[in-house]
Design a protein around this ligand. Structure first.
Ligand SMILES: Nc1ccn([C@@H]2O[C@H](COP(=O)(O)OP(=O)(O)OP(=O)(O)O)[C@@H](O)[C@H]2O)c(=O)n1
Ligand SMILES: [Mg+2]
Length: 404
């Protein structure tokens, strides 16, 4: 058994020793069969949450009402969920209440896609009542049972379907796609936070270029923040090299670029992204607008951006021009390495020095003078050395007085 399962095996064995049924389920089993890196290992069991909490010494009640208890086993946390069907869904979100059921099969039946409705027992035997392996073999995303029903239960599953297209390169089964087209408006009931989580996985998938146009084909885009009416742009996004991007900020920046978003800030805020991401994606886009070609970076721009952002800017540019970023990254690294200072903190003088030299009370002029100094240092007009900077500044002030 592969290590992530091996490490969790003890949980299943203990549940069985207490007379309960227990299996590995969900994404980890799917990824094992796909030969992909295995993520979180989840367990489904006939034991009720209170039974699970009684059996294991270290548990966290993360949602026992819904059947889920986290068991900490050998230092790792695992979600152990009681076999259940989701009660009545009234609002197209996950249900308020669930009904615990007796059999594994009933539990698998309520899951979203056949590839996600496969279980594995403690000996590695696969239990696959809905043809999940066949779907994986044929590279198809198909709902378990009636698609419409599955999407009415949780409308986010429609986004999940497209996100899996991006991560796996699979195709949607025709009836599954049809049901998404018909039920897309249900996405309006889903919180932005949940949509954003799926969108981030979508943008980061190796087949994002396939998934983005699919948002337009299915009409899901109409219910996603800032994507309504962007069908044409989403189709054109297929030409971009999404897999070249290395960070979420780069992905959101490229999405803004692809959509022709004029103001990135309100767009990214609508997705409720953290300020850090909004700011960094915005800074990348500003730099892209200011620096029309990779060879156009000035020393000042490179210094202001910092190496990491400069590399990001060229990565994003590469993703839409299609010219590999490697050579430009190499050049920018070399140029950055040869800058006399890498941060303003490395400047040999500070505001106090400048005030003392000039003999005027502190004011906005100090920042202006310091800005002029770092620019001169970065451009090689003056050495980063106190006396040299002093001489340079005095000379500058003399010329300025003359010109006044
Ligand atoms: N809206 C949802 C979310 C999850 N599931 C079920 O719960 C499992 C675990 O959910 P989650 O971890 O969210 O997704 P994964 O399929 O494991 O995908 P990932 O690898 O991204 O975690 C899924 O495989 C699926 O069986 C579902 O039926 N409907
Ligand atoms: Mg998972």
């Amino acid at each position: 058994m592969k290590p992530p399962f091996q490490e969790a095996l003890g949980i299943i064995q203990q549940l069985k020793q207490h007379g309960y049924d227990a299996y590995f389920v969900g994404g980890a089993v799917r990824d094992l069969l796909l030969g992909r890196p295995i993520g979180d290992v989840d367990i489904a069991t006939s034991a009720l949450p209170e039974d699970v909490m009684a059996i294991f010494p270290k548990t966290i009640d993360v949602g026992s009402k819904h059947g889920t208890v986290v068991v900490v086993h050998k230092g790792k946390a695992y979600e152990v969920t009681t076999f259940r069907t989701d009660g009545d869904y009234e609002d197209y979100r996950r249900p308020e209440s669930v009904t615990f059921v007796r059999s594994l099969e009933e539990d698998l039946k309520r899951r979203d896609f056949t590839m996600n409705a496969i279980a594995m027992d403690e000996y590695g035997t696969i239990i696959d009542p809905f043809g999940g392996r066949e779907a994986i073999r044929r590279r198809i995303i198909r709902t378990v049972g009636e698609a419409e029903k599955r999407f009415r239960e949780d409308a986010l599953r429609m986004m999940r379907a497209v996100r899996f297209v991006s991560q796996l390169g699979f195709a949607l089964a025709p009836d599954t796609e049809q049901a998404i087209v018909q039920n897309a408006p249900l996405l309006a009931h889903i919180s932005v936070e949940r949509m954003t989580m799926e969108m981030e996985k979508l943008l980061g998938g190796p087949f994002a270029a396939r998934a983005l146009p699919l948002l337009a084909e299915t009409g899901l885009n109409a219910y996603l923040p800032g994507l309504a009416g962007k069908e044409k742009q989403l189709r054109l996004a297929a030409a971009y090299r999404w897999p070249w991007l290395a960070a979420r900020e780069e992905r959101w920046a490229l999405l803004c670029h692809a959509l022709g978003v004029q103001e990135s800030r309100p767009f990214l805020r609508a997705w409720k992204l953290p300020n850090k991401v909004v700011d960094e994606a915005g800074a990348i886009l500003t730099a892209l607008a200011d620096i029309p070609r990779p060879e156009a970076w000035t020393n000042e721009q490179l210094f202001s951006a910092g190496l990491e952002r400069a590399l990001s800017v060229e990565t994003v540019r590469a993703a839409f021009t299609g010219a590999p970023p490697g050579p430009w990254h190499e050049k920018l690294r070399r140029r950055f390495a040869s800058l006399p200072i890498k941060t303003k903190g490395e400047l040999a003088v500070n505001g106090k020095d400048v005030i003392e030299w000039v003999g005027k009370p502190a004011g906005p002029w100090v920042k202006e003078a310091l800005d002029a100094i770092w620019r001169a240092v970065v451009n090689g007009e003056v050495e980063n050395e106190k006396e040299r900077i002093y001489a340079w500044l005095m000379e500058r002030n003399r010329t300025r007085e003359k010109n006044c």
